[in-house]
Write a protein that binds this ligand. Structure first.
Ligand code: SAH
Ligand code: SF4
Length: 368
């Protein structure tokens, strides 16, 4: 039997009414889930034993099954199985203070980012992306997206315990850079963001710590403007001109670069938010100096930050990561053109493993 999600506030109200529980119990339950980072009712010791047992019969906190976990020093990669048998993935990324990538304002021992999936597979079919190769199965629900955070928070709590200030370690940043195109699952993503940001029955994340990454779905971006969704926006640009973008991303035909630029300029005007441009570095394809110069022309005078992502090699796709020296030359041209640029480093590189790459790794491991 599929249990009801604990986030179904209506069902939880009903449950408490039937048992003639006082209204503050609902608040207490959500405190256990969001603040104490519990996902098993048995661990919720601020609730009576009877209540815990009753809740357990009807509700679940995480609505996904964990299938497998792989871990290295800087990441934990989690595969979840949905109730209807699909696999999705999330990645926890640990930013450690001793690493040179840390900004000075990040004094904490760990800043923890979670990369979540928004769909099973993806319909966009980008040339370089393994998720694209899987095709699209379905959208994830709000609660399936939130479940990835619930599980990660419990995992992090068990691994790291409390911070110096006595609060638990947990996810501080969420990025929609796992499987799927978040703006094609707009309503559920919007609802998931509400829970991420809100204080009551939510994670109280800062709006600056949530990032939507999109391949450039223009109606979705328009809707973000209209709904005044306050989180950060990353655009998977990957090419500074229409011809190259067409080659890499079939979606570019439906939403051409010029139209995309117009909507992004509206977005900047409306939100005053800087846009993050993701640009993938593929050898002999996207990494030529003349493309860097084109990118400068395109983004100069815009509120923009460029993130160069070395292409993540994988045997399913015959593309190659750019040479380090070509990435440096490319970066230098952008900087000389007045753009702010980061190159996704070896730690950040784990993050791109989220985009279908994990799936591939698992498949090949199982074949061995
Ligand atoms: N669909 C959304 C969000 C998920 S993809 C989007 O495309 O933005 C997250 C990021 O991983 C995107 O910037 C995507 O272009 C990048 N990515 C996909 N495959 C990659 C690969 N093989 N190497 C490096 N980055 C990759
Ligand atoms: Fe989909 Fe993003 Fe992969 Fe393109 S890069 S196929 S939009 S997940």
């Amino acid at each position: 039997m599929i249990k009801t999600s604990i986030l179904d506030a209506g069902k939880l109200q009903e449950f408490t009414k039937e048992r003639k529980l006082q209204p503050f119990r609902v608040k207490q339950i959500y405190q256990e889930v969001f603040k104490n980072q519990n996902i098993n009712f048995a661990d919720m010791t601020t609730l009576s034993k009877d209540l815990r047992e009753d809740l357990d019969k009807e509700f679940s906190v995480v609505t996904l099954e964990v299938d497998k976990i792989l871990e290295d020093e800087s990441t934990t990669k989690i595969w979840f199985q949905t109730h209807d048998g699909f696999m999705i993935e999330a990645v926890i990324i640990y930013h450690r203070q001793d690493e040179k990538y840390n900004k000075n304002d990040e004094k904490k021992l760990n800043r923890i980012t979670l990369c979540i999936s928004s769909q099973v597979g993806c319909p966009m079919g980008c040339l370089f992306c393994v998720t694209g190769k899987l095709g699209f199965k379905r959208n994830l629900t709000r609660d399936e997206m939130i479940s990835q955070i619930f599980y990660a928070n419990k995992y992090i709590k068990d691994k790291f315990g409390k911070q110096d200030d006595g609060t638990l370690f947990g996810v501080r940043n969420v990025v929609f850079m796992g499987m799927g195109e978040p703006l094609l699952n707009y309503e559920n993503v919007k609802k998931a963001i509400e829970i991420m940001l809100r204080q009551e029955a939510g994670f109280s994340l800062s709006k600056r710590h949530v990032t939507i990454s999109t391949a450039g779905i223009i109606p979705g971006i328009r809707q973000l403007i209209k709904d005044e969704i306050p989180v950060k926006l990353a655009i998977s640009l990957h090419a500074p001109n229409q011809a190259l973008r067409d080659k890499l991303m079939p979606i570019a035909k439906a939403y051409p670069l010029e139209a995309l630029e117009r909507v992004l300029s509206d977005y900047v005007k409306a939100s005053d938010n800087r846009i993050f441009y993701e640009y993938i570095m593929i050898k002999n394809m996207t990494d030529k100096p003349e493309l860097a110069r084109e990118l400068v022309t395109m983004l100069r005078r815009k509120l923009a930050h460029v993130n160069l992502i070395p292409y993540n090699n994988n045997p399913a796709i015959s593309l190659t990561e750019s040479d380090a020296k070509d990435i440096q030359i490319f970066k230098k041209i952008l900087e000389e053109g007045g753009l702010t640029v980061t190159v996704r480093d070896s730690m950040g590189r784990q993050m791109k493993w989220a985009c279908g790459q994990l799936w591939y790794e698992k498949l090949t491991k199982e074949e061995e």
